[in-house]
Each structure stands twice: as structure tokens, then as C-alpha cells.
Design a protein around this ligand. Structure first.
Ligand SMILES: [Zn+2]
Length: 409
């Protein structure tokens, strides 16, 4: 299938291209150029000057935990373990257990998709996520190795950091683990420990790092390890987050992640807002919108070792696109001020997955089957059977639950 976008503002690595034409063939970007070609392709979408970004990458989520409300009775926590115990003994967890994992995965996928995310790192052992990869409307990455965390009370995910890290190096994969998610001795020593066992390197993707000290930050920078920052979840559970300014000044590659909605934000656009609000409050200055743009596009692509295919608008890459409307003239400010109502179209693998109801004809032309749906009060068109999913959730729970990350109606 071949089609083109015309009259758009394309946010490319070289800057914002005005009056851009983006041509797409068989799921990949063929070209991005200025001006409107006379030889129109059979399917042409005129965006009337809207911004086109690469599809966003959510660098940390737990799709099985796509549920609400948040759990946090005994906040602030010493580390993640008492939170996990509170979670698993909570009424909301018992209610969540009434749903099938597939329902939670689909809810999580739609949560991400409607906020412009096309790729998610779902941090969980592979045997849990594998059955749901194919049917997910977003791309759930499965090429990674993992540990849950680096401490004696870690959940038993993977075969231990040494083996998992060796596999990552061998296969050119990211090795993903939570780290320093708390303030006990082990959390504070986790980076030193990881370094001592030879597992801190370019393949290492560390999530949280709330208890990082200056030595840890230096170690990460030297090893070229990556950090995934989840400020909303950190601030909710602990009232603190990592020393992000020092991390950025050290030149560490930082990505943003939502974590699950049971501790974190409702979606990646909200996470952007949390990150910027925290930065402004903590340091008395703005977190540069362009840096934030990179944290949800090219930085996670680099950390997760998928930048040959994803993370930027360039010829040859997979056509994952996010179209946003905005009052702002600056593209990066537009992304930072975006909410669900700004998302006008999401394209994954060169096919529309979600967008304005007025684009229904375009969906039809590209052969995508979806449903008409109202999201946050606006008429939209969404691929798959989201309404069937919600009906099945209502049947399983015995009542119609309000899920703020998927505000249908
Ligand atoms: Zn997590």
C-alpha cells in the first residue's frame, strides 16, 4: 500500500519541515520533502498544516497492571516491596483479577494508542506478554532481557542479572531492570552492585533510580547506560524522584515511561506534564520541550536498540506517526502541551490505528477496520473492537467501571 500526507509540519531530526509531504509505502517512510507534488498518489491525506511527530515510545509500562484506582495506602514507601504488598492485598487488585490478562493487555494498548504511543516496553517476563503481542493495537516490544530489580527481595523475573545481561550483549538487546526504587541500603547500593558484577554497560536500561547519588550518576554516564524516568509514579509512591538535572548534565540518555496507572500517570502525555511540572518546581526553570520530545522518541529508540527502525521521521524508517493539533507555533511546545484532545491521527506500521471520525474514509481506503467511538467527548475512529472489549470488561466485573485512561463517552 502506498499513500501520502501533504500540507503537514513534519518534526524531523533536522528540524521542522513546513508544508511537508510524507510518502509511505508498505509500512515504511519512503520520503519526506517540502512542497506538494503534482503527481498525487492514489491515497492523499491533506493535514491542513497539522504537526506530524514520530509515534511516541513509552519506555516503561506494565500492561497487565492497566487498572485503576492507584494503590498507595501506606505512602510514602521505603521501597517498592511494601507497595507491591499493598497492591496485592488491595480490593482493587482482587477486582482486577476478575479480568483476563488479554483484557488488561488490550486496555493498556488502547490507553497508549489514544495518547499517540505506538511502541511500548512492557516490563514483564516474556511468557506473560507473548500471547498478546499479535493482537495488540500498539507494538509491544519483546526483544529485551530483564530482571525485576537489583536486590535480594527482587521478584523472580528472568534468569538473574548476570545471565540476562550476557544474553543482552550477545543479542544486541536492552537489559531492562528497575533500580534504586527506594531508600533502603540495598536500593542505595544497587548501581554499585550491578557494576561489581559487570552488568552496567551500553545495553543496560535502568528504570527509576530514585536513590541515585553522584557516584551512581557518574557510573551510568561512564558505562553509557540508559535511564528511564517515571516521575509521576516516583512522586506518588515516594514523594521523590531521581536527581534528573544532574542526570541530564552528566549526558545520560533519558527516556520517559508511565509505569502502570496503578502507581503512575494515565498516559505518556500526562507523564510529560508531570516531568515538566516537577522540573519547574524543583529547579525553578523549564525543562526544555525539545529535550522532552527526545525523551519520548529518539532516546527510548536508542536505549531499546530499535533506532534503525523507530524513534524519528526519516526515510527508510517504519511509518509510525502521531498527528497533533495545537495552538502553539513551536512543535516541541505543541507536544508538551498536548492532551488526548490534541491527538488527531495515529499511524502504526503505515496504517491508521486511531484518529478523528472525519478520517473514516481514509481508514476505509487503507483497509483498516475499526469502530466509531467517543473519546473524551470527541468522535473518533479506533482500530479493532474497543467497544466489544469494554462490554466484555463490564460483563466480567458485573458493573460499568470508569477507567480514566480510556475515557470512552
Ligand atoms: Zn515498573
Amino acid at each position: 500500500m502506498e499513500w501520502e500526507i501533504v500540507n503537514s509540519k513534519a518534526v524531523t531530526p533536522k528540524g521542522v519541515l513546513e508544508n511537508a509531504t510524507i510518502r509511505i509505502r508498505d509500512g515504511r517512510i519512503v520520503s519526506i520533502s517540502s512542497g506538494t507534488p503534482k503527481d498525487s498518489l492514489p491515497i492523499r491525506l491533506n493535514l491542513g498544516g497539522l504537526f506530524v511527530f514520530p509515534g511516541l515510545i513509552n519506555a516503561h509500562d506494565h500492561l497487565l497492571g492497566t487498572y485503576l484506582p492507584k494503590v498507595g495506602t501506606n505512602r510514602p514507601y521505603l521501597n517498592w516491596l511494601p507497595w507491591d504488598n499493598d497492591l496485592k492485598s488491595s480490593v482493587v487488585y482482587a477486582e482486577r483479577q476478575q479480568l483476563e490478562p488479554e483484557q488488561l493487555y488490550l486496555l493498556g494498548s488502547y490507553k497508549n494508542l489514544i495518547s499517540g504511543v505506538t511502541t511500548v516496553l512492557d516490563h514483564i517476563p516474556h511468557f506473560v506478554q507473548t500471547p498478546f503481542l499479535e493482537r495488540s493495537p500498539v507494538r509491544i516490544l519483546d526483544h529485551f532481557t530483564l530482571a525485576h530489580s537489583i536486590c535480594s527481595y527482587s521478584l523472580n523475573w528472568g534468569d538473574g542479572p548476570e545471565i540476562e545481561y550476557a544474553r543482552a550483549k550477545e543479542g544486541n538487546l536492552p537489559f531492562v531492570t528497575h533500580i534504586s526504587e527506594g531508600f533502603d541500603e540495598e536500593s542505595r547500593e544497587a548501581v554499585r552492585y550491578l557494576k561489581s558484577i559487570g552488568c552496567l554497560g551500553e545495553n543496560t536500561v535502568l528504570v527509576h533510580g530514585i536513590a541515585f547519588d553522584s557516584e551512581d550518576i557518574k557510573s551510568l554516564a561512564q558505562a553509557k547506560a540508559h535511564l528511564v524516568w517515571c516521575p509521576e509514579s516516583n512522586l506518588f509512591m515516594f514523594g521523590k524522584t531521581t536527581s534528573i538535572q544532574e542526570v541530564l548534565e552528566a549526558g545520560i540518555n533519558v527516556s520517559l515511561g508511565t509505569d502502570s496507572p496503578m502507581s503512575g500517570s494515565l498516559n505518556l502525555l500526562d507523564e510529560i506534564r508531570s516531568a515538566r511540572n516537577f522540573f519547574q518546581k524543583e529547579y525553578g526553570k523549564e525543562l526544555d520541550p525539545k529535550i522532552v520530545f527526545r525523551m519520548v522518541t529518539e532516546n527510548p529508540a536508542k536505549a531499546l536498540r530499535i533506532s534503525n527502525d523507530l524513534g524519528s521521521l526519516e526515510a527508510g524508517k517504519i511509518a509510525d506517526l502521531l498527528v497533533l493539533s495545537s495552538e502553539k507555533d513551536d512543535a516541541y511546545q505543541a507536544l508538551c502541551s498536548a492532551d488526548l484532545s490534541s491527538v488527531r491521527l495515529v499511524v502504526r506500521d503505515g496504517k491508521p490505528s486511531y484518529g478523528d471520525h472525519s478520517l473514516k474514509e481514509f481508514f476505509d481506503e487503507t483497509g483498516v477496520v475499526g469502530r466509531e467511538i467517543k473519546i473524551a467527548g470527541t468522535d473518533k475512529y479506533l482500530a479493532g473492537d474497543p467497544l466489544g472489549l469494554l462490554e466484555s470488561v463490564t460483563r466480567a466485573l458485573g458493573y460499568k467501571k470508569d477507567l480514566a485512561f480510556f475515557p470512552v463517552g
